[in-house]
Design a protein around this ligand. Structure first.
Ligand code: PLP
Length: 479
């Protein structure tokens, strides 16, 4: 079939209720994308020299975006200019190699680019039929992820917004399975009148897992808690006696310490009592990509479901989390929608049969692009490099007189600069100084700075500069 002539395209727009023609004309699309690329590269180019936290003035200038809704169409170029001129300076430079907040990595260059391309494709990745390219990429990415993370081949997956929704999705599959075994169809009949389900969690469970349990009708508080040790690991004999349908949630990678629950023992004990075991490995699951770190997660592959984030340690753009479920039928039972107008799963996998959403963006594209570009060895190197930087932070900050609160087994470092008040003052001064950014936390009663090294972009030089800034600030604040 001949391509549609541009004139035909424009002819449609002539009588198009005043939609500005520059939204549609192909030349302008090209110009706009080139301008966006130019502005984006200029933004990225200044990351090595700009401060990580935005200035107060830049944040105040955001008022320029909070303007009355324009009555008339505006030139698209002016829209882009305003976004860049006011938005860019008020961002936190999380794409910089000196951002150590939360567990957020910056996007790998290829994933930023693949994300733009996939946005141009504009596929609604709900079904294979209308979106064969993105559905295929997602399926291939799923297979590669299972290989890289060494999880059971053939597991099903939900490509979701993040670990919050990945945990939710996996727990929805768990809810289906444990109740189906008790003869109850939870999707059809709900939880009212269902056999009670025991949910067992760590004292150190990530709060988003509790949110997921609330959304699923289990209740955020109607759970049993397992005690933890000084690193936040569930005690090996902490599992209570379980009776009837039960779900046990474990953790690979504590958000403060990076520590791993002793999953091998706990999974065996939970399975012996018929429970479903879910592992939240939002970032820690990536340790499985590395030969030298995998022992931290030994036995994790025996769980029933797992959640992880690609927007954390795989360094793809937001938003990108994945739930894996060994018994794919359980995930599908929890998530599939059926309607006469929707394509049913044929020989091809329909992505939306496994996700909470129907329409959504093509998350698998960035994951595919990251894994294709890094390869197995590149993923391992990315993870190992971040951990090496974390160990160096711990070593040099200890030498500088700070106290390191955790065993630095992964990419997380908890640093104390004296008491809570002194620590808060040093962290605030580090954030204000701007060379780098690290957050603050309270770990088992101790206020601490939390360094998380999660980005491909962090170089030795970034660590050197950040350590210099931290030492300088420590001296100044202590006087
Ligand atoms: C970040 C994180 C989450 C939540 O992930 P989002 O991608 O922010 O939804 C859950 N669990 C752990 C352990 C995390 O680190």
């Amino acid at each position: 079939m001949a391509p549609v002539a541009p004139q035909a395209h424009c002819a449609v727009t002539q009588g198009n209720c005043g939609i500005p023609s520059q939204l549609i004309e192909e030349a302008t699309v090209k110009q706009l994308l080139e301008q966006a690329a130019h502005r984006a590269t200029a933004y990225l180019d200044q990351l090595p020299t700009r401060r990580v936290a935005p200035t107060g003035e830049a944040i105040a200038a955001l008022a320029g975006l909070a303007i009355p809704l324009p009555e008339e169409p505006q030139p698209a170029e002016a829209t882009l200019r305003l976004l860049d001129e006011l938005g860019s300076p008020a961002t936190t430079a999380t794409a910089s190699g000196r951002y150590f907040g939360f567990v957020t990595g910056g996007s790998l260059p290829v994933t930023l680019a693949s994300n733009w391309l996939a946005t141009a494709w504009d596929q609604n990745s709900a079904h294979f039929g209308p979106a064969p390219a993105t559905a295929t990429l997602e399926q291939v990415a799923l297979g590669w992820l299972l290989e890289v993370l060494q999880l059971p081949a053939g597991s099903a997956a939900a490509f979701a917004t993040g670990a919050t929704m990945a945990n939710f999705s996996a727990l929805a599959a768990a809810r289906h399975a444990v109740l189906a075994r008790a003869g109850w169809d939870v999707e059809a009949d709900g939880l009212i009148g269902a056999p009670p389900v025991t949910v067992v969690l760590s004292e150190e469970v990530h709060p988003t897992v509790l949110k997921g349990l609330g959304l699923l009708g289990f209740g955020r508080k109607r759970v049993l808690r397992m005690p933890v040790d000084g690193q936040g690991r569930v005690l090996p004999d902490a599992l209570p006696r379980l009776d009837g349908p039960a779900i046990v949630c474990l953790q690979a990678g504590n958000v403060n310490t990076g520590a791993f629950d002793p999953v091998a023992e706990l999974i065996a004990a939970a399975h012996a009592q018929g429970a479903w075991v879910h592992v939240d490995g939002a970032f820690g699951l990536w340790a499985r990509a590395s030969d030298s770190l995998r022992t931290l997660t030994a036995g994790t592959e025996h769980a029933d479901s797992w959640a992880t984030d690609a927007h954390k340690w795989l360094n793809v753009p937001y938003d990108s989390g994945i739930a894996f479920v060994r018994e794919g039928a359980a995930l599908r039972a929890a998530m599939a929608v059926t309607a006469d107008y929707l394509p049913q799963e044929g020989p091809q996998r329909n992505p939306s049969d496994y996700t909470p959403e129907l329409s959504r963006r093509a998350r698998g594209v960035d994951v595919w692009a990251a894994l294709h570009t890094l390869g197995r060895r590149g993923v391992a190197a990315l993870v190992e490099q971040c951990c090496a930087h974390a160990r160096r932070f711990a070593r040099e900050l200890r030498e500088a007189g700070a106290e390191i609160l955790n065993d630095v087994v992964l990419n997380q470092v908890l640093v104390r600069f004296g008491d809570a008040d002194a620590t808060r003052r040093v962290v605030a001064a580090i954030q204000a100084e701007g060379t780098c950014w690290a957050g603050i936390t309270v770990w088992q009663g101790h206020t601490a700075m939390r360094i998380s090294v999660s980005s491909w972009a962090t170089t030795d030089e970034d660590v050197t500069r950040s350590l210099e800034a931290m030492r300088r600030v420590m001296r100044e604040v202590r006087g």
